[in-house]
Design a protein around this ligand. Structure first.
Ligand code: SF4
Ligand code: SF4
Length: 455
């Protein structure tokens, strides 16, 4: 079965896809400009500008979408692109404002709606069309491109090009991405599965094939479908490898099917057709396999997969109901302790803590493993990574990151654990750029140390 997306528009099979503009207008009606959001917004803290907090952004969104009768929108007063593009696109979609908002305004949804509206009016730029339509919809091509970039980096060509300013000349985002990513792995997680003991087998409906790792002898743990996020596969395979080892050591049978990107990147950019197309295709691919849960080690994937039912309608609800973060599943397993105490602090990925509601599980897992957990101030503040935000908006991302790194430094812990590959990339960059010299790792990598000792 081909895993390419043939058609961006999925059609009427999934009638649940909401009317975003209408939803956003409903949300805007509830924004009373109280300003509670000001205290928690990382971009406001970094800029001190009213248009860089939910209150100001919602004001602009009202102007753009023409919110009637709220005083926040007025179609008779058109807003120029230069007035809203930066504030609306530079929202991290971290969701912090939504937690403190007493009117329950879903600013994230409003931002997505305004971005979608913007592309509808202006058309999507070529790099978004290439990334969302060609690369994310075609994992083989994406992997080839990343492999090529890795070759360039390892051979020193990209450093040379960066030094000569060539990358910036071709595209400033390319130069930023090159700086952010210290190295591209030689092998991706999917390439490593057979080394981990996985075998390809026809275990799905209609003979659908997947990689399978049986339970250890005598174990009775659950059968899990493991969803490999793009960041884990292509950038942080060691984190995914650790998660798979921990789950299997805990007695689980693991199935890794072919699937596409979860769809969150295009969704965040307001490219709703591309997001819907990826999501619908994934529902089809994942539904072919029977498992007790769908697990992923990427907080963003777990949060977005959990929204498939809401976004696509009933047909997808069975899939989203099964989605669990790695830490939620690991909590139910008997895992060995680490050999000695490790002082560690924990950074909450936005999508995991607010999107999926996972806050206690990682901390409890670290304690159970014998770690000394040093609580991080503003642990659930965005690190500024936010998917590809750090590439698209490097200056603001850096300002947000600097605050995060100062908080991490204050803990004095030698290790910071988290549960999202994008956060790992960003925090590692923060450690190189601002310090402290700290080990940044996925929580699964820390837990896997105990498994290695117990082997
Ligand atoms: S988004 Fe919520 S917290 Fe912020 S100004 Fe509007 S109502 Fe107040
Ligand atoms: S989602 Fe985050 S960055 Fe955007 S307005 Fe809310 S708190 Fe600020």
């Amino acid at each position: 079965m081909s895993n390419e997306v043939k058609d961006r528009r999925v059609g009427p099979d999934y009638p649940g896809w909401p009317d975003y503009a209408a939803r956003a207008l409903d949300e805007l009606l509830r924004c009373n400009r109280c300003g509670f959001c000001v205290s928690v917004c990382p971009t406001y803290r970094a800029t001190q500008k009213e248009l860089f907090v939910a209150r100001g952004r919602n004001f602009l969104a009202g102007k753009l979408l023409g919110s009637p009768g709220t005083g926040v929108g007025d179609q008779a007063e058109p807003v120029g692109e230069e007035d809203f593009v930066e504030p609306l696109f530079q929202c991290l979609l971290c969701g912090a404002c939504e937690v403190v908002c007493r009117s329950s305004v879903k600013t994230n949804e409003v931002m997505v709606a305004t971005r979608s509206h913007h592309w509808e009016k202006r058309g999507r730029p070529a790099f978004l069309r290439l990334f969302f339509d060609q690369l994310l919809a075609n994992p083989r091509l994406l992997r080839r491109v990343v492999r090529l970039l890795g070759l360039g980096k390892r051979s020193g060509l990209s450093s040379l090009a960066r030094g000569l300013g060539l990358l910036r000349w071709i595209n400033a985002r390319l130069a930023t991405a090159d700086e952010l990513v210290a190295q591209v792995p030689r092998s991706f997680l999917r390439d490593r599965l057979h080394h981990l003991g996985f075998r390809r087998d026809k275990v799905g409906a209609g003979g659908a094939r997947a990689w399978v790792l049986p339970r250890p002898h005598g174990a009775t743990g659950p059968r899990l479908l493991y969803f490999i996020g793009c960041g884990t596969d292509l950038q942080q395979p060691q984190a995914g490898e650790a998660a798979l080892r921990v789950l299997n050591a805990g007695g689980c049978e693991l199935i890794v099917p072919e699937h596409l990107c979860c769809g969150l990147p295009p969704f965040s950019y307001g490219d709703l057709d591309a997001a819907r197309s990826l999501a619908a295709r994934n529902v089809e691919l994942l539904s072919a396999f029977d498992a007790e849960a769908i697990v992923t080690d990427c907080g963003s994937c777990s949060a977005f997969l959990s929204r498939y039912g809401e976004l696509l309608g009933l047909g997808a609800a069975a899939i989203s109901a099964k989605v669990r973060d790695f830490t939620q599943v690991a909590m139910g397993l008997a895992l060995p302790r680490l050999s000695g105490p490790v002082r560690v602090t924990y950074h909450d990925p936005c999508h995991l803590v607010r999107g999926k509601g996972v806050r206690d599980e990682p901390r409890e897992l670290l304690r159970r493993a014998g770690c000394e957990l040093v609580e991080l101030a503003e642990a659930d503040w965005c690190c500024g990574g936010a998917g590809t935000y750090n590439i698209m908006h490097p200056e603001l991302s850096l300002a947000v990151l600097e605050r995060k790194m100062a908080n991490i430094a204050a803990t004095g812990a030698p290790v910071v654990a988290t549960s999202c590959p994008a956060c790992i990339i960003q925090l590692s960059y923060g450690a190189r750029r601002f310090g402290p010299k700290i080990e940044v790792m996925h929580i699964a990598q820390l837990l896997a140390r105990g498994v290695t000792l117990a082997d």
